[in-house]
Design a protein. Structure first.
Length: 126
């Protein structure tokens, strides 16, 4: 979605600032709505000394499902630490601090900005 807008003209600079802030917040909510998702599946997979979590996220506007993965355990400490940090940011966006059962992710909502590996997750008021 591309939105183009010009300058805001108000006689009072304070009013102009408030209008600009309100518009920026509105555009932010619209941008978030484009990337809002609901978790529809969560599967753990162990391969040798690796433990992966695959999470299916459905776009709330289109219904298309994308899969994201998290490396929860790995023989390489850096890979494991990075994967767990990424997962920590993901569950924080879902309003959780920790989770014992991956099935508890299903039905939770969030949003993201960015794409692919550079996604940044944040909470979505459902």
């Amino acid at each position: 979605m591309i939105r183009q807008f010009g300058d805001i003209f108000c006689a009072d600079p304070t009013t102009a600032g408030l209008v600009r802030q309100a518009l920026n917040e509105k555009f932010g909510r619209e941008r978030d709505a484009v990337n809002a998702f609901r978790v529809v599946l969560a599967n753990l997979s162990r391969r040798q000394r690796y433990l992966f979590l695959y999470v299916g996220i459905a776009n709330m506007q289109t219904g298309s499902v994308d899969t994201v993965s998290f490396t929860l355990e790995a023989p390489d400490e850096r890979v494991q630490r990075d994967g767990q940090a990424k997962f920590g940011r993901f569950i924080d966006a879902l309003g959780l601090t920790e989770i014992a059962d991956s099935d508890l992710l299903i039905g939770r909502t969030g949003t993201f900005s960015g794409a692919g590996e550079s996604r940044v997750y944040k909470r979505w008021p459902s």
